[in-house]
Design a protein around this ligand. Structure first.
Ligand code: PBG
Length: 338
């Protein structure tokens, strides 16, 4: 990169360009707009809204409300919604059989949202964890997460989601080879226009805690089969950065149209590296724990809530992200004055 030569003091005054709002806006390098946001949304099978205790301001929505929210997304200029299901505990089992139910909650919600607002993109998580009683993203045998058998289940799930009208499949399971399997299955089913955004660099993170509360995820280490108490054999080690590059390279080679880094703020270095390395549409997931952390501080009066929300989202743009999956989407879009 070329560097402007340093002028001798007193000619060099960095504050000259900060003296008024108009000039700050004029020279701003990155700007956040509602078009950068993917609304992370939790749906449930019941009626009405159920607030999520660890995420003040977030509620599980009924299918009817999700459809209304899709219309709201359109009004607010939010391009897409990522939908996550809260499944009744009694309906879960060891293999997450309901994940591929074409008449299940996810497919019903997708259809309702596409009917209500066809202009809004719908993204579905391809993963078994909302449906397994043990809370893992994979099938388990003898205490081990099975890779290839899990992929078969994911392909079945992805196909019903795509057939229901989902625009973007977002595999979040971290099994090896799932992007290629999904892409091949989509092509085979004549669903070649369905996009794949892979959770390419997804870390085994403590910041997913409130999400498991939001979707009523099975508690790791319990459930119907002997299973590990964490996801470290499939999600990435937080100490790694070169490995993220290899993960992303693989997913692109396998047919991902867009890639994602997750979590968000604690992994901004990875976002920047991935953008610099691949120049692919790269998204960041500002996960549940990041949401909870910010809201907890703000609700204690320790942070200016509105400013902190917009600043945290803007950081992703500065790091080079094409967009952000966030629970703040509707609120941020309103502040940005869509
Ligand atoms: C699971 C999945 C998780 C999230 C999205 N999909 C949790 C996990 O991997 O354990 C986290 C989302 C969030 O924390 O907001 N496939």
């Amino acid at each position: 990169m070329t560097q402007a030569p340093l002028a001798a003091y007193p000619a060099l005054r960095m504050r000259r360009l900060r003296q008024a709002d108009w000039v700050r806006r004029l020279v701003r390098e990155t700007v956040l707009t509602p078009a950068d946001l993917i609304w992370s949304m939790v749906v449930h099978e019941g009626e009405g809204e159920v607030p999520v205790a660890s995420m003040p301001g977030v509620a599980r929505l009924s299918v009817k409300e999700a459809a209304k929210a899709a219309r709201e997304a359109k009004t607010l200029g939010i391009p897409a919604i990522a939908v996550f299901p809260h499944i009744d505990g009694a309906k879960k089992d060891a293999t997450g059989s309901l994940a591929a139910d074409p008449n299940g909650l996810v497919c019903t919600a997708v259809k309702a949202m596409k009917d209500a607002a066809p202009e809004v993109g719908i993204m579905c998580d391809v993963a078994l964890d909302p449906f397994t009683d043990h809370g893992h993203d994979g099938l388990i045998e003898g205490g081990r997460i099975l890779n290839d058998a899990t992929i078969e289940a994911l392909v079945a799930q992805g196909l019903v989601q795509a057939q229901a009208g989902c625009d973007i499949l977002a595999p979040s399971d971290m099994m090896d080879g799932r992007v290629a399997a999904l892409r091949t299955a989509l092509e085979g089913a004549g669903l070649q226009d369905v996009m794949i955004m892979s959770y390419a660099a997804k870390y085994a993170s403590a910041f997913y805690g409130p999400y498991r509360d939001a979707i009523g995820s099975g508690k790791l280490g319990t459930g119907s089969v002997d299973n590990p108490g964490d996801k470290k054999t499939y999600q990435m080690d937080p100490g790694n950065t070169d490995e993220a590059i290899r993960e992303v390279a693989l997913d692109i080679a396998e047919g991902a149209d867009m890639v994602m880094v997750k979590p968000g703020l604690p992994y901004l270095d990875i976002v920047r590296r991935v953008v610099d390395e691949f120049r692919m549409p790269t998204f960041a997931f500002q996960v549940s724990g990041e949401y909870a952390m910010l809201m907890a501080a703000a609700r204690n009066g320790w942070l200016d809530e509105d400013r902190a929300i917009l600043e945290s989202l803007g950081a992703f743009k500065r790091a080079g992200a094409a967009g952000i999956i966030t629970y703040f989407a509707p609120r941020a879009a309103r502040m940005l004055g869509a």
